[in-house]
Design a protein around this ligand. Structure first.
Ligand SMILES: Nc1ncnc2c1ncn2[C@@H]1O[C@H](COP(=O)(O)OP(=O)(O)OP(=O)(O)O)[C@@H](O)[C@H]1O
Length: 312
């Protein structure tokens, strides 16, 4: 190793020499294909020029994909956090991203149903969980696939934290975007989770009711406390779509989240109407974001804004 030129040595992860045969593993992160080839060629010729080397083998480590972790949070339960997480993941996958979903809603996991993997169990390789492939084109690790529904309820904090860590550190391969469906609320469990696993950004979901808005502001504070950047707010169940005539009415008022977003200076990412078809599609394990109608487009618009945020 000492005999390697300085500029090469910085890239060397391991080097062995036995009976004239040199084997080097080089870190090629950040290099494009041409630069990788140049590094390999140069290593070959420079190491091959050493007196006692007759044969050179070079291996370049694969670039670790730059993976973004985006948490979906809400101040309280039942506002559509899991629905958004699943549909956003599907919309991003349709845009060509490699997407994974971690269902961190340990006590009430719903992604197994939303993404149609009920009854399937992820396998493990070298103690690393291998995510399930789903029909919607996203990968999934959910507590719902790992333990019986009523078992996890009895779990204590450290077990929950351990399970979450295993899912986040699963074998995600070339997944570039990991959507994390957090448990509802803003308690210690959520704070510990976001502090420990530090998502790159957070999206907050709320409904237009006043109480839900107050909860959403609490969720914002949770992410601020943990220093997690806010991607923006999503208003769910924003208007009611009549299943008979398609007319949209606003039982809870509209625009609430948009004005909250403005007041607290965070982006407003979009609005999803209260639409029975969204619920029935969720129950059937076929998220509406897989389709091209109005509902699918509502989720795609949010995915587009998230992509713009990730690119900025
Ligand atoms: N826009 C919508 N239109 C119709 N139904 C919806 C909509 N969003 C969510 N739902 C339904 O509302 C219920 C709650 O949604 P969801 O499970 O996504 O909420 P949540 O915030 O993740 O709840 P929790 O985490 O507390 O279980 C589900 O039955 C879901 O299908």
């Amino acid at each position: 190793m000492e005999r390697l030129p300085d500029d090469l040595r910085a890239r060397v992860q391991s080097a062995r020499l036995a009976e004239g045969r040199a084997v080097l593993v080089l870190d090629a992160s950040g290099l494009d294909a041409a630069a990788r080839k140049a590094l390999e060629d140069e290593t070959r010729s420079r190491v091959g020029a050493l007196d006692d080397v007759s044969e050179v083998h070079v291996a370049l480590t694969a670039d670790k994909p730059h993976r973004r972790m985006i948490a979906i949070g809400s101040g309280k339960g039942g506002v559509g956090k899991s629905t958004l997480a699943a549909n956003l993941a599907v919309a991003l996958a349709r845009r060509g991203r490699k997407v994974g979903v971690v269902d961190a809603d340990i006590y009430g996991p719903s992604q197994a149903r939303l993404l149609s993997t009920e009854g399937q169990k992820p396998t493990a390789r070298d103690k690393q969980l291998i995510p399930l492939d789903t029909e919607s084109g996203v990968r999934l690790l959910s507590m719902g696939n790992l333990v019986e529904a009523d078992r996890a309820i009895a779990w204590r904090g450290p077990m929950v934290a351990g399970a979450l860590g295993q899912m986040i550190e699963g074998d995600w391969g070339d997944t570039d975007t990991l959507i994390v469906d957090l448990p509802p609320g803003t308690g210690d469990v959520q704070l510990t989770m976001v502090q420990k696993h530090k998502p790159d950004g957070a999206i907050i979901v709320s409904t237009p009711q006043d109480l839900a808005l107050m909860d959403a502001t609490r969720a914002l504070n949770l992410f601020h406390t943990a220093d997690v950047p806010i991607v923006g707010l999503v208003e769910n169940m924003a208007g009611y779509v009549c299943p008979h005539c398609g007319e949209v009415s606003d039982p809870f008022g509209s625009g609430g989240m948009e004005s909250v977003a403005e007041q607290i200076n965070v982006p407003f990412l979009g609005r999803i109407p209260l639409d029975i078809a969204i619920r029935t599609a969720s129950d059937a394990g076929k998220p509406v974001a897989g389709g091209d109608d109005l509902r699918g487009r509502a989720f795609d618009a949010i995915a587009e804004r998230l992509e713009a945020w990730m690119a900025s």
